[in-house]
Design a protein around this ligand. Sequence first.
Ligand SMILES: Nc1ncnc2c1ncn2[C@@H]1O[C@H](COP(=O)(O)OP(=O)(O)OP(=O)(O)O)[C@@H](O)[C@H]1O
Ligand SMILES: [Mg+2]
Length: 316
Amino acid sequence: MQQAAKPCEIWAVAGGKGGTGKSFIISSIATQLALRGHRLILIDADYGGANLHSFFGISRPKYSLSDFFEDKIPLSQIIVHSGISNMGLITGALGSLDSESITYTQKQKLFRQIRGLEADFILIDLGAGSHINTLDTFLLADKMIVVTVPEITAIENLYQFIKSVYFRKLKFFMGSIGLKDTVQELWKNRANYGIRSFANLVDYLKKNLPDMHIAYEQEMSKFAVYIILNQVRKSTDILVGENLKSVCLKLLGLTAVYAGYADYDEEVQRTINRKEPFMIHCRFSSVVKEIEDITENIRSEKRSGFSAQIYEYGSP
Ligand SMILES: Nc1ncnc2c1ncn2[C@@H]1O[C@H](COP(=O)(O)OP(=O)(O)OP(=O)(O)O)[C@@H](O)[C@H]1O
Ligand SMILES: [Mg+2]
């Protein structure tokens, strides 16, 4: 008897600050999934700062997203081999492309073709910050992963990033039920409505727009982000992930899942310089076990983003 095809799951990684280790973490998670026998495609969607291919020792990829955007080659035809079984790589655009230059139509086409790729998992690496194209690509994911280091500035940036994602998501949701401008107007004039936080805003909407309550519960209550703490140097750092999770709940009314942490290890830099995938060439490092745990935590967690298909992302 033939088994029904498993639906492909999209994971994306982003964050508020540059250099926290997003590309290292997603390339390692991808390697771990591939080693476990999952077929996956890893996409470098760091528009303007693409470097994911370096983590696999590839200096000059044969194809990149530029071929998709500029020469209109289908996404499925620009997949290059990562050097690891089961894993294809779509490398980021080098040179001419940045977040500003991607049009609304190009973005829609990209998202449609990403959803059409055949794999068990599609993993997406994004650049730092809250550019609208980054937020929209992030919101495409079933599992939205953020990476931070345990430093106060990085955590503040991450909190701002999560807030931007949540706000954009809320706007899409309100748009889908025909109340597009309401949430923006309420937030802009929040002092007049006694709204002090995002959690207050959501309470206000639920109380004053009872019709949206059921749709909200069905859609927004599934919204969750997965937090990964990277470059941990001491045991007290580990608590930062738990604290961030509590802050998300208290101030945003948002569920965050603490997916785990990875230690700081100088071998990470060394393997990148030697053009060797860390997960394969540093099996003795504690980080390998930590990445295995993180991957399993995210994979087994049932909370997924939301039913992405119902939205047209990033209205012009
Ligand atoms: N766990 C770790 N231990 C030691 N060094 C690390 C670790 N994780 C990442 N690094 C180092 O941090 C640097 C930045 O990593 P990476 O490029 O993955 O960050 P990023 O968040 O993707 O950056 P960007 O925002 O520029 O895309 C790299 O030089 C890498 O070697
Ligand atoms: Mg990166």
